[in-house]
Design a binder for this molecule. Structure first.
Ligand SMILES: Nc1nc2c(ncn2[C@@H]2O[C@H](COP(=O)(O)OP(=O)(O)OP(=O)(O)O)[C@@H](O)[C@H]2O)c(=O)[nH]1
Length: 376
C-alpha cells in the first residue's frame, strides 16, 4: 500500500536531495483570501476503504532504529575499526573498552564526530566536555568516556524531544515544507495513518500544485485510506490549503495536513510563495498554522542547517521530521541542529514503511547510535 507514494527508489548514496521541480515561468499569485476559489476537488474516501495491507515489520522500533543507524554508527567507528579489525557493529564498544583515555583517543573521537556530521560547534562542545570530565572525574577507561559521551549527547538532544500537539486545536493545521524528495509526501501518508490510529480524523490538502502526479497520488491514496483530499487542477497552493481548512471545519475534521511542493531555498520566488501559503493559512484560521514541519533528508548532513535557516526565515519552522536516517552515515547532524538552531524533532524516519517513522526519543536515538547489541 505505502509503495503508492513511492515516486523513486530511495537513493541512500545520494549526498543531495533530488533537483528542484522546474519553477513556473512566473511565480503563482496567491489569491486574496476572499477570492479563494471554491473549485477545489474534494476526493472523498471510498465507502469501504482498504486497510493498510503492508506487512508489519516484526522487529521492534528499537531494533529498526538501531539497524537504521548502522551507517552512522559505522562512521563513528571508522577511526578505530580498521586497527581493531572488528565487525563495525562492535567497534564503537571496542573504541572505548580497549583503550585508556589519552589525547590521541580524544583526537580520534573528534575526527569521527566531525565525519558523522555533528558539525564543528557540537563536536567542540562534546570534546571539551569529555576532556573536562576526564580530568575532573579522573576517568581512566574508554568505557567510562563512552558513558560520558552518551550522556552528553543525550543532554544535547533531549530538549529537541517534544511531541507534536494534535489535541489543542480543531482542526490542527499542519503544514509541511522541504526540498524536493526530502520525504514530505511519504511523511504525510505516515502521519495520516498514525493520527487515524490515534482516533483522529484527517484531511489532506494537495498543496503541491506543480506536479499533477503528486495531486493524483494523494487523491488515490486518500480514496484508499479513508482520508478526504482537497485539490485543484493546477492553480494556487494557498487557495487549496484555504479551501481545505474550511472543508475541515465544515466536516468537523481534527487534523489538516497541508502538502507543499518541494523547493530549494535558493528559489526565492518559491520561498516567497510558501510564505504566502502560511499567511493565507493564518487568514483562514488566525491561530494557525499550528505546526510548520520541515522535512529534512538526513543524507544532506550539514546542509540541513542551511535549509533549516532558510525555511525558518520564510515560514517559521516549528518542528522537524528527519527522514532517511537508515541510508546515511550523517546521523550526527541532529547534534549539529541541537547546538546551532534547536528545533523540536517531532519524528524520525528510518525506512519507507509506514511504521518506520516514530516520534523522536533522545535516549533511544543515542542508545541506537552506540549500542551494537542485537535488539529484539
Ligand atoms: N530509506 C528511506 N526512504 C525514505 C524515507 N522517507 C521517505 N523515503 C523515500 O524518499 C523518496 C522521496 O519521498 P517523497 O515523499 O516522494 O518526497 P517529497 O519530499 O514529497 O518529494 P517531492 O514531491 O518531489 O518534493 C521516496 O522514495 C520515499 O519512499 C526514509 O525514512 N527512509
Amino acid at each position: 500500500m505505502f509503495d503508492f507514494f513511492k515516486k523513486k527508489p530511495a537513493d541512500s548514496a545520494a549526498p543531495q536531495p533530488s533537483p528542484a521541480a522546474p519553477a513556473p515561468a512566473t511565480a503563482p499569485e496567491v489569491a486574496p483570501v476572499e477570492a479563494a476559489p471554491i473549485a477545489s476537488t474534494v476526493t472523498a474516501p471510498a465507502a469501504a476503504p482498504e486497510t493498510n495491507s503492508a506487512p508489519a515489520d516484526a522487529r521492534s522500533w528499537a531494533a529498526r532504529l538501531r539497524d537504521g543507524l548502522s551507517k552512522t554508527r559505522a562512521k563513528l567507528n571508522a577511526a578505530v575499526g580498521p586497527t581493531l579489525g572488528a565487525d563495525v557493529g562492535d567497534v564503537m564498544s571496542d573504541l572505548f573498552s580497549r583503550r585508556k583515555i589519552d589525547d590521541e583517543l580524544l583526537d580520534e573521537i573528534e575526527t569521527t564526530l566531525l565525519t558523522a556530521d555533528c558539525g564543528v560547534d557540537a563536536t567542540q562542545y562534546l570534546i571539551d566536555e569529555m576532556r573536562k570530565r576526564w580530568k575532573r572525574d579522573k576517568l581512566e577507561t574508554g568505557e567510562q568516556l563512552k558513558g560520558v559521551l552518551m550522556e552528553l549527547l543525550e543532554g544535547l538532544l533531549t530538549p529537541l524531544q517534544q511531541p507534536l500537539d494534535i489535541h489543542t486545536h480543531k482542526p490542527t493545521i499542519i503544514m509541511l515544507a522541504g526540498v524536493n524528495g526530502s520525504g514530505k509526501t511519504t511523511s504525510i501518508g505516515k502521519l495520516a495513518k498514525r493520527f487515524q490510529a490515534e482516533g483522529k480524523s484527517v484531511l489532506l490538502a494537495a498543496g503541491d500544485t506543480f506536479r499533477a502526479a503528486a495531486r493524483e497520488q494523494l487523491q488515490e491514496w486518500g480514496r484508499r485510506n479513508d482520508v478526504t483530499v482537497i485539490s485543484q487542477d493546477g492553480g494556487d497552493p494557498a487557495a487549496v490549503v484555504f479551501d481545505a481548512i474550511n472543508a475541515a471545519r465544515a466536516r468537523g475534521i481534527d487534523i489538516v495536513l497541508a502538502d507543499t511542493a518541494g523547493r530549494l531555498p535558493t528559489q526565492l520566488h518559491l520561498m516567497e510563495e510558501i510564505a504566502k501559503v502560511r499567511r493565507v493559512i493564518q487568514k483562514a484560521d488566525p491561530t494557525g498554522p499550528h505546526e510548520v514541519l520541515l522535512v529534512l533528508d538526513s543524507n544532506i548532513g550539514q546542509n540541513a542547517l542551511a535549509q533549516l535557516a532558510a525555511f525558518d526565515k520564510a515560514v517559521g519552522v516549528t518542528g522537524l521530521v528527519v527522514t532517511k536516517l537508515d541510508g546515511t552515515a550523517k546521523g550526527g547532524v541532529l547534534a549539529a541542529i541541537a547546538r546551532t538552531n534547536p528545533k523540536p524533532i517531532r519524528f524520525i524516519g528510518v525506512g519507507e514503511r509506514i511504521d518506520d517513522m516514530q516520534p523522536f526519543v533522545a535516549r533511544e536515538f543515542v542508545e541506537a547510535l552506540f549500542d551494537a547489541a542485537p535488539a529484539k
